[in-house]
Write a protein that binds this ligand. Structure first.
Ligand code: ATP
Length: 362
């Protein structure tokens, strides 16, 4: 168990920066996730930690030890990959024992540690089977046991659940999370699946085009996205153009004009001109009757029943189509297509970015 530090790490492929100035600390025992779309640099960053790649700029530390030039096999890392990478015709026991044999651990200790690891992933009863006739979920458990049996200081996982079906993914991710907490092992996990990241992580780094966009807890990433990319990538966001004017330095207020109405809001930084409002679907209220003040008229364009919730696409008068979600407590009372509604945007619950969506102003 140890903390991991990236000090301005950059990794090039040719002239392209696959990882651009990664600067962060992962705490001891933390479950830390690298999340982002395909090609954003997650795997490359993970591979520099493992020592498969050498960064061109910056330093990586395990605890206080700089490991830039330490080869992979001396980094004491356990790894689990998407494609399991187990030996298909070797028994489960021998697969898990493999790393211990390579380290010259005695037969007696190997037996004890392998069985302990197999118990942790609930495979002890299958010790003499071979992976080639086991399910994907079971093979991934073998890979996990093999990674933890060496008692690594750091566990790296690259899309470990991608090959499993949806139900099994949910079960496995909670098993991995519990095991990680039980062992208290610093873990770096790569996924492009935001729901998975929100479910398992202590903190998440959202990446785009090689750059880390935001590092925060799942709750904070969702509630306080740092820029438009994060707001768009995590969960659903409605973006509405607005304009800020009359910023007042004394009480830090500005008047934000959106969809023909103006609202006085306290900004977190001085801003005038174009602004983008970002609103989560569940933060917007639909009302059936007009009320003076902040309601915007709209018409329902589509209704999608999602089980627990129902999603309405609403065309706002003079504005965009937005997604509004309500709890579907009584499904027969669903609103109807073409129904007129009054939309309460609850702007105080919005995030407002500058015109380019680069930073938060409210
Ligand atoms: P995915 O989820 O698709 O695996 P990723 O976020 O893990 O994507 P990386 O695999 O780290 O992304 O790739 C980051 C960028 O670096 C991409 O533009 C990719 O094309 C490029 N890249 C990755 N590996 C190499 C390589 N060995 N040689 C050249 N370019 C590479």
């Amino acid at each position: 168990m140890q903390k991991i530090v990236f000090d301005h790490v950059t990794k090039y492929f040719g002239s392209a920066k696959a990882v651009n100035d990664a600067h962060l600390t992962i705490q001891e025992g933390e479950f830390f996730t690298l999340l982002g779309p395909s090609g954003c640099g997650k795997t490359t960053l993970l591979r520099t930690i493992a020592g498969f790649y050498r960064q061109e700029e910056g330093d990586i530390y395990f605890g206080d030890r700089k490991i830039n030039d330490v080869p992979t096999h001396q980094r004491n890392i356990g790894m689990v990959f998407q494609n399991y990478a187990v030996f298909p015709h070797m028994t489960v026991f021998d697969n898990v024992a493999y790393g211990l044999k390579a380290r010259g651990i005695s037969k007696k200790e190997t037996e004890q540690r392998v069985m302990e690891a197999l118990e942790m992933v609930q495979l002890q009863h299958l010790r003499d089977r071979v992976p080639s006739d086991m399910s994907g979920g079971q093979q991934q458990r073998i890979a996990l046991a093999r990674a933890i049996v060496i008692r690594p200081g750091l566990l790296l996982m690259d899309e470990p659940l991608s090959n499993l079906d949806a139900k099994l993914r949910i079960k496995m991710r909670s098993d991995i999370r519990m095991l990680q907490k039980e062992l208290n092992i610093t873990t770096i996990y790569v996924t492009h699946d935001q729901e998975e990241a929100l479910a398992v992580s202590d903190r998440i780094a959202v990446m785009s085009e090689g750059r880390i966009q935001q590092i925060a807890s799942p709750e904070d990433i969702y509630a306080y996205p740092a820029n438009r990319f994060v707001a768009n990538f995590i969960g659903t966001s409605n973006f509405i153009d607005g304009e800020a004017a009359g910023y007042n330095d004394k009480d830090k207020n500005a008047s934000v004009r959106v969809l023909g109405a103006s609202f006085e809001l306290p900004l977190v930084k001085p801003h005038e001109g174009k602004a983008v409002l970002s609103l989560r679907p569940e933060r917007i209220r639909l009302e059936s009757a007009p009320r003076p003040g902040k309601l915007v008229e709209g018409v329902i364009e589509s209704v999608t029943f999602l089980g627990e919730k129902v999603s309405y696409l609403v065309r706002l008068q003079g504005g965009p189509v937005i997604d509004v979600q309500e709890h579907a407590v009584e499904p027969h009372h669903l609103r109807k297509v073409k129904q007129a509604v009054y939309v309460n945007l609850q702007l105080e619950k919005a995030t407002i970015f500058d015109g380019e969506g680069k930073e938060v102003v409210y």
